[in-house]
Design a protein around this ligand. Structure first.
Ligand code: R5P
Length: 290
């Protein structure tokens, strides 16, 4: 059986692209799949990142999916980071359920399955159906922990810790412990960000090396509070890792200043995206093995 691999230009750091994405002079997107004939009626694996420029990347995705639907292709979508995944619940009346909006729209194009990494709202690995979309959530936790080991050295064992309950599944297989994060109201202003009221730890880490793992680092507030807490508890060395690293504003610098080691996967490319997701993806999609 023929399985077509379609690679978006935003995956070109890992695989050779075969999709054209340009813009018309006025900024409208132009999308073309040159090998569309080979996709007709076939199974297609489409690799397309949805970050950075998430809104444009999402529209690009819809254009790709529509093009494939018109020739009857059966699509498996691979997007390592799923944007809007933090808005799967409402906090204030009248808020959009953005995660549902995005997933149901992807499903409406007939996508058979979305393969993604450490999707924020799923909080576990495996196959799940959400808003009509079949999702296979793969965790980068093993790869991150292995990388942490290679960085700190085998003679320096470490504890793995998650900074909040939602990321607990990332460390539970390794006997890891979880801190408790309590969020408060939205901050004032145009940025929708709910303050972190407290980050509590009810276990000892004095004298130990600690690797803090989260699904994502965005503003860095969670990670910096976690580092401060761990250090004040007398930890020896502090390593920080996340599957998805956005590092908004100067957060990477601030984290680097307070922790000994920081790294992420390259689901989102950033200056410390050291853990290569192509191995992880190839382990579930054999067609990707070069
Ligand atoms: C949220 O609960 C996530 O697991 C992350 O802890 C959070 O999204 C990180 O965001 P920030 O870096 O802005 O604190």
């Amino acid at each position: 059986m023929l399985i077509m691999l379609l690679i978006s230009p935003n995956f070109s750091d890992l695989f050779k692209p075969n999709i054209e994405i340009k813009a018309f002079p006025d900024g409208d997107l132009y999308v073309r799949i040159p090998e569309i004939k080979q996709c007709a009626g076939e199974d297609v694996i489409l690799l397309h990142r949805l970050y950075p420029d998430q809104n444009t990347s999402i529209l690009t995705l819809f254009m790709l999916l529509d093009t494939l639907r018109r020739v009857g292709a059966r699509v498996t979508l691979v997007s390592p980071y799923l944007p809007y995944s933090r808005q799967d619940k409402t906090f204030l009346e009248g808020e959009a359920l953005s995660a549902q909006v995005l997933c149901s729209m992807i499903a409406s194009f007939g996508v058979r399955e979305l393969i993604t990494l450490d999707c924020h709202f799923l909080k576990k690995e495996g196959e799940i159906e959400y808003a009509g979309l079949k999702i296979r959530n793969i965790s980068a936790n093993h790869a991150l922990i292995e990388h942490g080991r290679s960085k700190i050295g085998i003679e320096e064992p470490f504890e793995v810790i998650s900074p909040d309950q939602g990321a607990g599944y990332l460390v539970s297989d390794f006997g890891g412990k979880t801190m408790e994060k309590v969020r408060g109201e939205y901050e004032k202003g145009d940025t929708a960000y709910r303050k972190i009221e407290k980050l509590e730890r009810n276990f000892e880490i004095a004298g130990k090396n600690v690797l803090i793992i989260d699904d994502m680092i965005s503003t860095g507030t969670t990670m910096i509070k976690a580092i401060e807490n761990i250090k004040s508890g007398g930890a020896k060395k502090v390593l920080c890792a996340a599957t998805h690293g956005f590092f908004m504003k100067d957060s990477l610098h601030r984290i680097r200043t307070s922790a000994d080691i920081v790294f992420t996967t390259n689901s989102i490319v950033n200056p410390v995206s050291e853990v290569d997701i192509s191995k992880l993806l190839s382990s579930v999609i054999p067609e990707l093995k070069k």
